[in-house]
Design a protein around this ligand. Structure first.
Ligand SMILES: [Zn+2]
Length: 74
């Protein structure tokens, strides 16, 4: 794997269910590439930061209208 392939893998650009081939190839690359390892660490910090944000609920009326619009589009 090249750096751009690893970065695409880390950001979810690979199809789910592709087996663990891509994951083990990406890990092998990360073990030997400081730039991609730093990229992966930054992504992990961003993901942790987003998870730590307070969850905000939609106003009930907006939630109901959104659900109706989704149901109507099916
Ligand atoms: Zn790399």
């Amino acid at each position: 794997m090249r750096c751009k392939d690893v970065q695409r893998f880390l950001t979810g650009g690979f199809e789910a269910g592709a087996g663990d081939g891509p994951a083990s190839e990406a890990q092998a690359h990360l073990d030997g590439c400081p730039a991609c390892a730093a990229y992966a660490a930054d992504l992990a910090k961003i993901r942790d930061g987003v998870r730590a944000l307070p969850r905000r609920e939609l106003p009930a009326a907006v939630d109901a209208r959104t659900r109706q619009a989704i149901a109507a589009a099916r």
